[in-house]
Design a protein around this ligand. Structure first.
Ligand code: ADP
Length: 201
């Protein structure tokens, strides 16, 4: 706790912002191996929601690591700190009534569970992009698996660092089986089912 720092109350409340936006604020937290489809799906879902008139924002792993978390590496401690900082930022976006979408490997179950506890009930929607490591490796979108196998990258999730699967995620997307379109529809259906969004046609 930081001494001599007092929180200010907001003159405009989260419920008021949500009324203005026409939907709840929350985070769609995509987790999974590198190449499992987190970024691709998060951006496609964002586009869909944007077209429906929702206020959205995507936080992408690489972008955050170039800025807010540029001082962090890939040790277990740094990975935990990376997710903690992102979690704090995402909470502000939720308070702003935004639908935040995040695409981080976030390999540790404990870190993801901490985020769930930090946020109010229903604000943290954990979406597991499930894909066998062999398929991710074949996709090798950024050429990182090849480097990891050649030992040119250390502590690479799925190769030389662990990934802890979610035990009870809100949604599982099998990206080696379902098409991108199906994955997007599954996310949108879940949001409709939970009353987060309504069609405005
Ligand atoms: P991540 O963000 O998890 O590292 P990316 O989204 O960068 O993964 O890459 C996933 C790759 O897999 C992309 O090249 C994408 O076109 C491909 N892909 C194939 N099927 C799917 C699917 N159903 N959902 C998402 N991506 C898919």
């Amino acid at each position: 706790m930081t001494p001599h720092v007092t929180r200010h109350g907001a003159a405009v409340t989260r419920p008021q912002r949500e009324v203005l936006n026409g939907h709840k604020g929350l985070v769609l937290w995509f987790t999974g191996l590198s190449g499992a489809g987190k970024s691709t799906i998060a951006h496609a879902v964002e586009q869909r929601l944007h077209e429906m008139g929702c206020r959205t924002f995507v936080f992408d792993g690489d972008n955050v690591r170039h800025g807010l978390c540029s001082d962090l590496g890939f040790s277990p401690q740094d990975r935990t700190e990376n997710i903690r900082r992102i979690g704090e930022m995402v909470r502000l976006f939720i308070d702003a009534g935004i639908i935040a979408l995040t695409a981080f490997i976030s390999p540790y179950r404990a870190d993801r569970e901490k985020l769930r506890r930090l946020t109010a009930d229903g604000d943290f929607i954990e979406i597991y992009c499930r894909c066998p490591v062999e398929v991710c490796e074949r996709r090798d979108v950024k050429g990182l698996y090849r480097l990891a196998r050649a030992n040119e990258i250390q502590d690479f999730t799925g190769v030389s660092a662990p990934y802890e699967e979610p035990e009870s995620p809100d949604l599982i997307l099998d990206t080696h089986v379902s098409s991108l379109h199906e994955c997007v529809e599954n996310v949108v259906s879940l949001l409709r089912h939970r009353g987060v969004i309504r069609d405005r046609t």
